[in-house]
Design a protein around this ligand. Structure first.
Ligand code: UGA
Length: 445
C-alpha cells in the first residue's frame, strides 16, 4: 500500500521504516530540511537499536523516501499518518498545533479518498478536531473527497522500538467507519499473521487507551517508589519485597522496579495531559496527581541520600566533592535525556557546589548539547575514566555494562569509597564486603 508519514521523529521514523520493511511504499515528510537531507544520506537522527540498517536498506530498495514536499506525499498516499510531536503546553495539556497544521496541509492537498491516521499521542477528541480542520479546508476550496480519521496509537518503547513495531502485542484501531478498519487491517496484515492482534474500538476509546496504558505503567512505578520509601524507613529491603510480590500474576514482574523516578518523553507528559483532560471535564484526577507528585519527589531522592551521607559529620558536606555519574539517558539503550532523572540530580549537585564526572554509553553528545561547557562537569570517555579523582559513584541509568564492575577497583578509585545506586543494581552485602559504603533505593536494612 502507499503510505505518507508526517513526522520523522521517533514514532514516525520507526513506523515508516517498519511499514516499508514489510513491503509498503512509504514517503516520510518533515518540515526540517536538514533532517530530511540527512535521512536521504542515511544519517539517522536518533540512536535506536536496529533502526539505521532498517532505514538504509529500505531507502536503498526504493520503498522508503524522505521529503519536505507535503503535496507530493499526499498525492501518493492511500493512508496518511500524522506522527508529529505533541509537546506539553504551559498548563500540561498536549499542544496540538503540529498535529492540526498537518491536518490543514492534508485538507489543502488531498484530492482522492484516503484514510488519515492519528499516531501521535493526542487527547480524547483530537480526531474530531483533525476531521473538522480537513473539512474546513475542503469547503474553502470546494473539494469533495471521502476521507476517514482513525486513531491508531503507538506503544513503542525507546530502545526496543523496532521490535515493538515489527512484533506488536496489540494494534489498536479506533475508527467510526468500517471501511477505514478494512484499510488499516490490510496495512497491518504482515504484523498480524500468527494471531489477530487488532483490537477494534471507537475513536475516543482508542485515544483514551493510549493514555490509560502509559498512566497505568507510570502508576506502577510511582507505587513501587512509594513502597521503597516506606521500606527505607522501616528497615526493609524493597528488592526482597519486589521478589515477594511479582510472582502474583495479578501484579506481575514488569514495571515494579523502584529507581530514580520515571523520565522520557512520554510518561511525564502523558500523565500530566491525562490529568488535564480529566480536570477539563470536571473530574479531579487524584490518583494521577499523586503519581506525578511521587515521581517528582523521587527524582530528588538520590540527592537526599547523598546529602544525608555527607551531613553525618564525617565530612564537610557535598560542597567541593567530585561525583562520578554513570548513566545520563532516561533509561538504557537510548541517547534520550528528555525528563531524565540525571538532569535533576546534576542540577542539585551543582547547586550544592559539587563537581561531576559523567559517562553514558550513548548520551554523551546529547549531554554536551543539554549541559553545554561548564567547569563543574567533565564528560568522560568511559565508566572508569569517570571514577578518576572522584569521591563517590552515583549510578543513575541501568546500562548492562554498569551491572558488574570490579568493586575492589571501585573502592581504590573512590576517595570516600561510597556508592549511591539509583537503580538497585548491586548486592549491598557484596559491595560492603569490598569495603564500600552502599546506598540503594528503598534498602533500609
Ligand atoms: C513508554 C511506554 O512504555 C511505551 O509503551 C509507550 O509507547 C511510550 O512510552 C510512548 O508513549 O511513546 P518509553 O518512554 O520509551 O516508553 O520508556 P519506558 O521503557 O516505558 O520507561 C519509562 C521510564 O520508566 C524510564 O525512566 C524508566 O527508567 C522508568 N521505569 C520503568 C522505572 O523506573 N521502573 C520500572 O519498573 C520501569
Amino acid at each position: 500500500m502507499r503510505v505518507a508519514m508526517f513526522g520523522t521523529g521517533y514514532v514516525g521514523l520507526v513506523t515508516g521504516a517498519c511499514l516499508a520493511e514489510v513491503g509498503h511504499d512509504v514517503v516520510c515528510v518533515d518540515i526540517d530540511q536538514a533532517k530530511i537531507d540527512g535521512l536521504n544520506r542515511g544519517v539517522i537522527p536518533i540512536y535506536e537499536p536496529g533502526l539505521a540498517p532498517l532505514v538504509q536498506a529500505n531507502h536503498a530498495a526504493g520503498r522508503l523516501a524522505f521529503t519536505t514536499e507535503a503535496a507530493g506525499a499526499i498525492a501518493h498516499a492511500q493512508v496518511i499518518f500524522i506522527a508529529v510531536g505533541t509537546p506539553p503546553d504551559e498548563d500540561g495539556s498536549a499542544d496540538l498545533q503540529y498535529v492540526l497544521a498537518v491536518a490543514r496541509t492534508i485538507g489543502r492537498h488531498l484530492d482522492h479518498p484516503a484514510v488519515v491516521v492519528n499516531k501521535s499521542t493526542v487527547p480524547v477528541g483530537t480526531a474530531d478536531k483533525v476531521r473538522a480542520v480537513i473539512a474546513e479546508e475542503f469547503s474553502a476550496r470546494g473539494a469533495r473527497v471521502a476521507f476517514d480519521v482513525v486513531s491508531n496509537p503507538e506503544f513503542l518503547k525507546e530502545g526496543d522500538a523496532v521490535a515493538d513495531c515489527l512484533r506488536p502485542d496489540r494494534i489498536i484501531i479506533g475508527a467510526d467507519d468500517a471501511r477505514a478498519v478494512t484499510v488499516l487491517r490490510r496495512l497491518y496484515a504482515p504484523f498480524n499473521r500468527k494471531r489477530d492482534r487488532v483490537v477494534e474500538m471507537d475513536v475516543r476509546s482508542a485515544e483514551l487507551t493510549k493514555y490509560a496504558a502509559n498512566a497505568m505503567l507510570a502508576t506502577k512505578i510511582s507505587f513501587m517508589n512509594e513502597i521503597a520509601n516506606i521500606a527505607e524507613r522501616v528497615g526493609a529491603d524493597i528488592e526482597q519485597v519486589r521478589q515477594g510480590i511479582g510472582s502474583d500474576p495479578r501484579i506481575g514482574w514488569h514495571f515494579i522496579y523502584p529507581g530514580a523516578g520515571y523520565g522520557g518523553s512520554c510518561f511525564p507528559k502523558d500523565v500530566q495531559a491525562l490529568a488535564r483532560t480529566a480536570a477539563q471535564h470536571g473530574h479531579t484526577p487524584r490518583l494521577l496527581e499523586a503519581v506525578e507528585a511521587v515521581n517528582e519527589a523521587q527524582k530528588g531522592h538520590l540527592f537526599t541520600l547523598i546529602q544525608r551521607h555527607y551531613d553525618r559529620g564525617e565530612d564537610e558536606g557535598v560542597r567541593g566533592k567530585t561525583f562520578a555519574v554513570w548513566g545520563l539517558a532516561f533509561k538504557p539503550n537510548t541517547d534520550d535525556m528528555r525528563a531524565a532523572p540525571s538532569r535533576r540530580l546534576l542540577a542539585q549537585l551543582w547547586e550544592a557546589g559539587a563537581r561531576v564526572r559523567a559517562y553514558d554509553p550513548e548520551a554523551m553528545g546529547e549531554a554536551r548539547r543539554v549541559f553545554g561547557e561548564r567547569k563543574d562537569l567533565m564528560l568522560c570517555e568511559s565508566a572508569f575514566e569517570a571514577l578518576e579523582g572522584a569521591d563517590a559513584l552515583i549510578v543513575v541509568t541501568e546500562w548492562k555494562q554498569f551491572r558488574s564492575p570490579d568493586f575492589v577497583r571501585l573502592r581504590e578509585a573512590l576517595g570516600d569509597a561510597v556508592v549511591f545506586d539509583g537503580r538497585n543494581l548491586y548486592d549491598p552485602q557484596e559491595i560492603e564486603a569490598a569495603g564500600l559504603a552502599y546506598y540503594g533505593i528503598g534498602r533500609g536494612r
